[in-house]
Design a protein around this ligand. Structure first.
Ligand SMILES: [Zn+2]
Length: 278
């Protein structure tokens, strides 16, 4: 039996990277502080995105992330458990937590994030920088005799240096690996020549890495286990239905109903099956 990681679509030539399923779990855990709820939410958002007839894996990821945020915003019970409110990370808005984990852990692009949040890429950079400053401040102030030097433009820079915009400084795009080749070359040459640019980069790096240290545990152990396997199952089953040429429809149904541990997936996929034209 092929695994979800090895299955490839015969026509599209792509498959959902196993890593992306881990990313979805990590992102869900950034929104819901409680693990079981995070996994449940990820399962239903993933299944929901497939039901919405999103075709490409890219669309599935975008829809799943949107679904997770919608669930959080519409939830009647608290998204963050009382005992987790002490962590500065969980004092950020769900959208900000999503953004930081998606950038630092999942390495999702500004383009994808702008699709998920329906904001411009400029705005994505501003929200991310603001959240990073917040987290970095808490992280650094918790250490004795340390304080955060707010990144500002350097007086050593001149007109030939990259423009410094305080709400979204250029080093953020550099560190997020969001610069096109030409721009990256330009920045590298300025870093070589200008002490001001190096100073600006250093200060922004301090924010970037302090924010990174303030993110919740992202080890594989923290997201693995039975619930995560159930999420993989949702994907594998759904992928077979999306790409029915891989395995006969009857076969996929038979395998699907032979499992008992994916009840949620069963219900959601049943709805999908009912929409099929026999
Ligand atoms: Zn400079």
């Amino acid at each position: 039996m092929p695994t979800y990681a090895t299955m490839k679509s015969a026509t599209r030539g792509t498959s959902m990277d196993a890593r992306e399923l881990e990313n979805i779990t990590l992102i869900s855990r950034s929104i819901w502080s409680e693990k079981t709820q995070a996994i449940r939410s990820a399962q239903s958002a993933l299944a929901g995105s497939i039901l919405s007839k999103a075709i490409s894996d890219e669309k599935v990821l975008v829809q799943t992330a949107r679904g997770l945020l919608q669930q959080a915003n519409q939830s009647v019970k608290p998204v963050v458990a009382q005992e987790h409110l002490n962590a500065p990370f969980f004092r950020l808005f769900a959208e900000e937590r999503f953004l930081l984990v998606a950038l630092h852990r999942a390495r999702w692009s500004y383009r994808r994030l702008s699709e998920v949040l329906e904001e411009t890429q400029t705005r994505i950079q501003e929200i991310a920088w603001n959240a990073r400053i917040f987290l970095a401040q808490h992280q650094i102030s918790s250490q004795p005799k340390k304080r955060l030097l707010h990144p500002t433009a350097s007086t050593h820079c001149d007109v030939s240096c990259p423009e410094f915009i305080i709400q979204r400084p250029w080093p953020q795009r550099f560190l997020d690996d969001e610069m096109a080749h030409q721009e990256r070359l330009f920045i590298l040459s300025r870093l070589e020549k200008c002490p001001g640019c190096r100073e600006v980069l250093q200060r922004c790096k301090a924010v970037y890495y302090a924010a990174n240290a303030g993110l919740p545990d992202s080890s594989v152990e923290s997201i693995s286990g039975e619930p995560f396997d159930a999420l993989k199952e949702v994907w594998a089953r759904a992928d077979r239905i999306r790409n029915p040429w891989q395995v006969s429809f009857y076969e996929s149904l038979k395998r699907f109903f032979s499992k008992r541990d994916v009840q949620l997936a069963t219900i959601l996929l049943l709805i999908l099956l009912l929409q099929f034209e026999f």
